[in-house]
Design a protein around this ligand. Sequence first.
Ligand code: ZN
Length: 449
Amino acid sequence: MSKDENLVEDKMQIDQHDSDRLQKNVPDGFSEDYLKVYYGKLFPCVDIYRWLSYGNDGKHPACDQSYFGRREFSFTLENDIYLRFLSFNNVVEMESSIRKKCPFKIDIGPVYTVDPAKRRAYAQGGNNVFSPIERELVFDIDMSDYDDVRYCCSGADVCLDCWPLMNVAIKVLDMSLREDFGFNHILWVYSGRRGVHCWVCDGRARRLRDEQRASIAEYFHVNKGGENNAKKVNLTGAVLHPFLARSYTEVLKDSFEKKMLLSQKLFASEDRFQKILQIIPDDSIASELLDKWQGNRRSSISKEDVNVSRWEQLKHVLQSGKHKVQGLRRCVEEIIFTYTFPRLDMEVSKHMNHLLKAPFCVHPKTGRICVPIDPNDCDDFDPTTVPTLSQLIEELNMSNKRSESEEDWERTSLRKSIEIFRSFLSALLKSCKKEINSNVRQSTDARNW
Ligand SMILES: [Zn+2]
């Protein structure tokens, strides 16, 4: 054997050894050692602190210095050890606690009347002063709630064929939160596995009471059918509510006809089109279509996609003048709403003291970072290429700082995500400053009276 052949064989053994080691320690990227490096070098602690301080971190006389310290954090440690009611007085305390405890998950709760870590001491004082007073309005949308309308995957799995349903949810909610409710500071975050979180951060949203949160969640609650009920959406009234009409024309219709119809092959087999036909309230129309499709077993001569042609036939039958039956007019819309309209986890939005996973956490099952999503660019977001913990550590190891001032995240693929977060943050903090200044003016005016 020549010297060169020996070298090749040695190298192969090393590679084999490396890949064994990687597979054993980091199943797609999660290990406590990596997490330590991540919290030490990449997790944007200062940005998160500035976000949750809402301007109350400066020297301004109107700043509420106790504000950040009254926010509840919760850590989930290895082996599901769960620490609730943690609080930090400043960014240094928060950062050192995260680095020391190395939580597998960090959740963010509400701001309480008093420091949540000292709630027992206050309770002993006799008066019941410990209660939540502020919290972002939050929404949680999970792909597992769409299992009856997707065929590519199920449960916690997602792929590029079903992910457009999340983009629909982002677009519909984002548009309505801005246009119908007048909110401006909205942060969208990938939950790390099967869905997205939304944080509405305007002062007005943070101070909503639970009943108000529940009514907003109800406003977005259109899919009311039970699990075994094919018809999930009932659109009643002479005209659609403006919010529903706008969602339909600007988001749902296109997403259904140009994406979901084809990617989910919604009419490709009998069980699939039967499910859609069940939504039609008129039995004779449903069986007319059924007969047509059952007899017409995919003519291979037709160039048109079977899903498109069947959908066009259904629309034609329902919308033709022949069937002006009450209830049928809306059926096409109802089908599209059933298959695309956002499905919220209502309980998360209704209560101020519901915890929600912090942005930039690492999902322990996938190793993926919970990165912010730019709602204007959500069509480009690909959950399958979100950076993983192991990928980021490798990027750190493979590159060197290009200058003294360069931060570690700048030379990893977390860069874009931190830039999205900072752009949200800079607009938010500008408006917080304004609000704090106007509070000062108001209290000075009141004194001058
Ligand atoms: Zn899928």
